[in-house]
Design a protein around this ligand. Structure first.
Ligand SMILES: NC(=O)c1ccc[n+]([C@@H]2O[C@H](COP(=O)([O-])OP(=O)(O)OC[C@H]3O[C@@H](n4cnc5c(N)ncnc54)[C@H](O)[C@@H]3O)[C@@H](O)[C@H]2O)c1
Length: 523
């Protein structure tokens, strides 16, 4: 899974997987040492990885995790980008994003179902369940953002995605995630207008900079139906590109980043305020606008835009009801690289949950539309009570040699594994947005239950100091012993999501906890 992260990386030579600067290992020396350690490790030992560097191997137990990872964590008072960059310069820390540093990245497909679900929920809430004939404007075609055009099209909509780096556009077009590209705003709008009239699903990449294009579209009176954004705004230095830079002069921005980081950050912050202001203007003119988890609002606020939080985050708007059911992104990966193993498991999951129409539709659409990237894998959202059932079925198929070994993982963005006041825990019912005990308990609990890889990170999709989150992996080797670990981990992991939301007072989570007999002493 470590190698698969690199296989799918946006900048493999720099070990950068996605999310601006999310890395798989601290440097190449560390990477090779991790590989060597994993090859040599005994069954009853655990490898410790501190911000991308393998620091120790301890004797634990056979059922203990093979690897424990902690990335980018800083003591709260020092938990800011300034300190992080200082320590990064000294070679002491690395940015792990969410699934980059915890070796669970599966390419753009990893986020595509979440993106599809989010746009479906948006369509359901505002447009009678479909985006047909609707124009969605967004930014960013990177590792995660690259899922947007296809997810919008799969919902029937017309996507216009502004991206400043032509190589990223070409990569998405090559991979089948985006249909056409142009560097001409008028041409892009013309394509969008025609597709909207014809109710034809299409995705258009516009080579440009959101901080230039968005204010210009507002000025021209263009009214998208939906506006969001997935430029890497959470990182003002290594992610967001300041206005004026795109296409041929993009290298000048990268040079400035290296030569004068302070100036670069100043320009990026100012541009983010202009970008966010244009999104607020779109909202005022009638568009549905939501933040898509990149902290653009937080950065714009820092840059002086006092009404930056005028539009809501996507979790509050569309995802939280699913979190209350412990529902989140369940992913499985064929460790032998066999596409057919995924097709077999696709059939199984559709048979197991035929009443879940969204899931069945999703798997069919995924098979039709998604190219394989790196090791073949699939993702679908499953809730408490579903994840353990399906995981056991996968392990049984491995035992019966119908399929080869499978790794089961998830995004850190999940029901009980994140504290992030500008994203997953924005506006919690009881005001517990900033309490980071939950993801820490999640990681501890998954260790106790017997996961194979457990990770705790700071920063993720919103930036240093703004979130704490945890990840986990279980390797299905077909053994009976793994059955037992599956029964525990796939209850504890989503179960804590139900508990976290029940504890915050969400009715649906309380119902779920009662229905499934989750023991909560204070409920
Ligand atoms: N909502 C979610 O579920 C979720 C999940 C993961 C990541 N994220 C966040 O979404 C953002 C994007 O993630 P990613 O993995 O795609 O990052 P990435 O760094 O791989 O891609 C970001 C893209 O934005 C482009 N870009 C930067 N500034 C721009 C500008 N001003 N105008 C136009 N294009 C610009 C870059 O060229 C790049 O292609 C990050 O902030 C990440 O933390 C959200």
């Amino acid at each position: 899974m470590l190698e698969n992260n690199l296989e799918n990386a946006e900048m493999p030579d720099k070990l950068i997987v996605y999310g601006g600067s999310g890395k798989v290992a601290r440097n190449w020396e560390c990477y090779h040492k991790i590989v060597e350690s994993l090859k040599e490790i005994e069954e009853d030992e655990t490898l410790l990885v501190q911000s991308g560097k393998p620091v120790a191997i301890f004797k634990t137990r056979k059922e203990s995790p093979i690897v424990l990872i902690a990335n980018s964590n800083l003591v709260p008072k020092w938990s800011n980008w300034e300190k992080f960059y200082e320590l990064e310069q000294l070679g002491l820390i690395m940015y792990g994003q969410m699934t980059a540093g915890s070796w669970c990245y599966i390419g753009t497909q990893g986020i595509i179902q979440g993106t599809y679900e989010t746009f479906s929920a948006c369509a359901k809430k505002h447009f009678n369940g479909t985006l047909a004939g609707k124009f969605v404007l967004t930014g960013g075609l990177g590792g995660m953002g690259g899922a947007q055009p296809l997810a919008i099209k799969m919902n029937g909509g017309v996507a216009l995605v502004v991206e400043c780096d032509e190589s990223r556009i070409d990569r998405r077009i090559r991979a089948g995630y985006c249909d056409v590209k142009t560097d001409d705003v008028d041409e892009a709008i013309e394509i969008v207008k025609n597709a909207k009239e014809e109710k034809e699903g299409i995705s258009v990449a516009l080579l440009g900079n959101c901080a230039d294009v968005h204010p210009e579209l507002v000025k021209q009176g263009i009214k998208p139906d939906v506006v969001t954004d997935q430029t890497s705004a959470h990182d003002a230095l290594n992610g967001y590109v300041p206005k004026g830079y795109y296409g041929e002069n993009l290298q000048e921005a990268f040079d400035l980043r290296r030569e004068n980081p302070k100036k670069y950050i100043e320009l990026a912050m100012r541009s983010m305020a202009e970008h966010c202001k244009a999104m607020i203007d779109f909202k005022r003119n009638g568009s549905i606008v939501f933040d898509y988890g990149n902290n653009l609002r937080g950065q714009a606020y820092e840059a002086g835009l006092k009404d930056a939080f005028s539009y809501p985050g996507f979790v509050v708007e569309y995802i939280r009801p699913m979190f209350c059911e412990g529902r989140g992104p369940f992913r499985w990966i064929s460790l032998t690289g066999n596409e057919n193993d995924i097709i077999v498991t696709d059939e199984v999951v559709m048979k197991m949950f035929p009443e879940n129409e969204i899931l069945v539709n999703w798997i069919k659409k995924a098979e039709e539309n998604l190219p394989w990237e790196g090791l073949p894998s699939r993702v679908c959202w499953l809730g408490y009570g579903e994840r353990d059932k399906f995981a056991l079925e996968i392990n049984k198929l491995v035992r019966e040699e119908v399929i080869g070994p499978i790794g089961i993982s998830r995004d850190h963005l999940d029901a009980g594994s994140v504290a992030s006041p500008n994203r997953e825990t924005e506006k919690m019912k009881d005001g517990s947005d900033a309490i980071a005990d939950w993801p820490l308990l999640n990681a501890l609990l998954n260790c106790a239950a017997g996961a194979d890889n457990v990770a705790i990170h700071n920063g993720g999709g919103v930036g240093i100091g703004l979130s704490t989150h945890a990840g986990m992996v279980v390797i299905c080797d077909g053994s009976r012993e793994t059955d037992e670990r599956i029964k525990r981990v796939f209850k504890t992991d989503p179960g804590l999501g139900v508990v976290r939301h029940a504890d915050a007072g969400y009715e649906r989570a309380i119902e779920m906890a009662k229905k499934f007999g989750i023991k909560m002493p204070m409920l």
